[in-house]
Design a protein around this ligand. Structure first.
Ligand SMILES: [Zn+2]
Length: 521
């Protein structure tokens, strides 16, 4: 006598996304685990009086998406507060902040995130000012954070409220008066105050995770620095209130604390685990700070000089001491490296780590990876953690064309080459924006053959590939008997709609056999 299933998902096109991508009609779940896949009538014997039966009416079912590179705190802040990322002027920032102030009158601060004056109409180079923000409110503190988080703008009330925390060196003045612009340490001081509260952090993470499940995400590898987020994730998991799985990749300044409390890579429970130690080598193409072998096509300085080839965000010597220390403690390491020279530097360090053979170190972004690098990356067992949505900037005339020129632009994010080199490929979004199907859309429709993947390959990188990067391939990433029942039901088939995969809606998201999002509700 076989125990009945808790859930049978039937009349579906269930893609296992295993090597052969077998398609089944139905899947049965018990205690959050997949117990059987097959035809509907083959699974009928598992249906008991208590079994929930979900008739998918022919819809596609996939393993749940795992986003291998997220910033959930920032995503949540954009959702809870004013989102200034699409504002095209100071005026529209003031309008959005005023609307926010009115909609949320009881909150102490009025906050806006993600403004970028360089993208506004006209050619403004100055961040938002105190005077502009005073138009939102003269009583309540108003804070607007620039997209890169290195600059924060404050109104008069906010300057007063944060006065004790702001190092004067990092405040800007004009004619002896503060302009309201705070940079670097002052910006960081403001930022850390905003989510210092437990309730505030709970609220922003809940908002971010609610968005994630709407988009079919069942797990994230969240990059965390200096915040309460890990504590809140663990509290929510203990309360059975965490809708998705979270693997926490910690910024390297947390390393000693992790060692002290005995949290190693993969420590944790079903829902929350410790991931890698994260560091940086370079910056980004957009700000000309990714470190290149050859100068930027639109370098702001002449010649072949160092500053024309980008910069180090973390100095190579310092990065070496981080990788040294973290690998000696047995940690997985992930390093942000975008330009070809930064990838070279990072790869050389990771190859030398004593735990390289088993640690699954990761290069985050790896945008301008060369064929020679790929061979070495495969050899060293390193994971390429890439963002297919970054192809949005690789169009003719687009940002990468301007910064890198045509030849190098066509060598960015060569996803097919990565697979051909047998490098494990994990997809993530970097929350730009968080949306796996949008990423799959870019991967499938990228500009050159070396950059393009098939629908199946792209979906695998967002499921099995990301699971592998998180040491989760035995329990997640494919739909097989014995694995956790983390899955997503789509309204349309990505194989049938490969031109517009980004327009496909998620019908349902399931984690451990429990529905965490229902689009029909
Ligand atoms: Zn990131």
């Amino acid at each position: 006598m076989t125990a009945a299933a808790d859930l049978i998902i039937t009349n579906a096109e269930v893609h296992t996304l295993t090597d052969s991508d077998t398609v089944h009609e139905a899947v049965a779940v018990r205690d959050g685990e997949i117990v059987r896949l097959g035809d509907a009538d083959e699974l009928a014997f598992l249906e008991g009086v208590e079994t929930d039966v979900l008739d998918c009416e022919g819809r596609v079912v996939l393993p749940g998406f795992i986003d291998a590179h997220t910033h959930m705190e920032q995503l949540g802040q954009h959702l809870v507060h004013a989102d200034l990322s699409s504002a095209d002027s100071a005026e529209s920032c003031v309008d959005l902040l005023s609307q926010q102030a009115e909609a949320d009158p009881d909150r102490e601060h009025v906050l806006g995130f993600g403004y970028d004056e360089s993208s506004w109409d006209g050619s403004r180079t100055q961040p938002l000012t105190r005077e502009e923000l005073d138009r939102v409110s003269e009583e309540r503190p108003v804070v607007a954070l620039r997209v890169d988080l290195h600059t924060v703008s404050l109104n008069t009330a906010a300057l007063e409220a944060f006065a004790d925390d702001l190092p004067d060196d990092d405040l800007r003045y004009a004619d002896g008066e503060p302009t309201g612009v705070a940079v670097e340490d002052a910006a960081e001081a403001v930022r850390s105050q905003l989510t210092a509260g437990r309730e505030e952090m709970r609220e922003v993470l809940a908002a971010a995770m609610a968005r994630a499940v709407e988009l079919g995400v069942t797990g994230v590898h969240d990059k965390v620095r200096g915040s309460r987020a890990p504590q809140i994730y663990r509290e929510l998991a203990a309360d059975d209130d965490l809708p998705i799985r979270v693997r926490i990749d910690y910024w390297s300044d947390h390393l000693e604390s992790l060692v002290d409390v005995g949290l190693a890579t993969n420590a944790g429970g079903d829902r929350v685990r410790t991931g890698a130690i994260k560091s940086f080598s370079d910056g980004s193409f957009g700000s000309r700070t990714a470190r290149l072998r050859e100068p930027y096509a639109d370098a702001e300085t002449d010649g072949n000089g160092d500053d024309a080839r980008g910069q180090w965000v973390v100095d190579p010597d310092e990065l070496a001491s981080v990788t040294d220390r973290a690998s000696n403690e047995g940690f997985q390491i992930c390093v942000h490296a975008i330009g070809d020279e930064a990838i070279e530097e990072t790869l050389s360090l990771l190859e030398e780590t004593p735990n390289a053979a088993t640690a699954r170190h990761r290069i985050e972004h790896a945008e301008l990876v060369t064929d020679d690098h790929l061979e070495r990356i495969a050899e060293a067992g390193i994971v390429a953690s890439m963002q297919p949505n970054f192809h949005r900037w690789a169009d003719e005339g687009g940002l990468y064309d301007q910064r890198l020129g045509r030849e190098r632009r066509n060598r960015t994010n060569r996803l097919r080459r990565v697979l051909e080199a047998d490098v494990p490929l994990a997809f993530g979004s970097d929350c730009m924006p968080l949306d796996p199907l949008l990423g799959v859309q870019y991967a499938v429709n990228a500009g050159t053959e070396a950059q393009r993947l098939s629908v199946t390959e792209a979906l695998r990188a967002y499921t099995r590939g990301a699971a592998y990067a998180g040491f989760d391939e035995d329990r997640l990433g494919t739909l097989e008997v014995g694995k956790r029942a983390d899955l997503v039901v789509l309204e349309a088939s990505p194989w049938d709609r490969s031109e517009r995969i980004d327009e496909i809606d998620v019908a349902k998201t399931v984690v451990d056999g429990e529905t965490v999002f229902d689009g029909g509700e």
